[in-house]
Design a protein around this ligand. Sequence first.
Ligand SMILES: [Zn+2]
Ligand SMILES: [Zn+2]
Length: 332
Amino acid sequence: MELRMDYFMNRFSVILGRKAEKYEKCPYCPGNEEISGPADLVLVSKKGALTKKSDEDGEYVRDWSTRAFRRRNPISDPNPPQTYSDYPHYMEPSYGYHYVVVATPKHAVGFHEMELEQWENALMAVQSMVKWLYGKKGVSYVSVFANYGRKLGVEHAHFDLVTFPRIPPRIEEEVKAIQRYRKESGRCLMCKVLSIEGDGPRQVLTTGYFVAFCPWAPMFGWEFWIAPKRHEVSFVKISQKELRDLGLILRSTLGGFVKASGFDSYTMVFHIPSEKKSTAQFHWHIEVYPAEMEPPTGKGLGIFVSQTPPERVARVLSKHSRKELSRLLKVD
Ligand SMILES: [Zn+2]
Ligand SMILES: [Zn+2]
């Protein structure tokens, strides 16, 4: 398992060199815990009270709300073959840990359908696993993302947490841009962006702590971002109240997106700073990319083509997301 760098650019490919294992039963479903193996974190919810547990010595905790375990088909490995080489064939071992956080015990319930309490539990598990992974040796960055839907071949909603020995290029670029802007103007670039997008034609939804908007220059049609309204550096330090609110805005906008677009496959990528390196000037956010809209030209050129202006996408997305939000708040 190796991390290869592009000839010219700060861009990497993980080469696995093996086929993914296939399972007859879903490894993420309750009752199939043996397939995934013991979980390092299990959250059990009983009568509104949440307990943190873990599987020990073949004893599996049942009736869980969410559980986190080492992925069987990882893209990084704590003991990779020590393969190094230099430019133009730069390569280093893909060293790290790959964990799965199962978002819900229900097999076919997507992120866009999950109940709010379930969202909150899943995000708590993600946050606590990110913290835990930063305690491990050689971890410079913990990435968080989720792929969901038919187009992506994912039926059971889960988050992937992958650690890397370096900061991913997209995150590093954003960190540098934010730092540069702060040096020049003394302000946070994302705060500046939010002061415009939070209340303009590309705004989708706001909740107590967060704002969702379509970016000015989207890579994909229906792309939207979610960011904390206040200047917030670290995802691992946000309160439970904020996590609950994050669940609310993600659930509302994803629900709105699926209803408005008729698509059901999407990727969520958390743009969070490293807790190890000095990226203290970041302002974290989450980016959502619909899977059905992937244009091949953009990848080849770094210039993406969108049929619909983000202002119009935001209008439709906003209408449906607001409907979802008020329905969710009524039910709760
Ligand atoms: Zn399942
Ligand atoms: Zn900021």
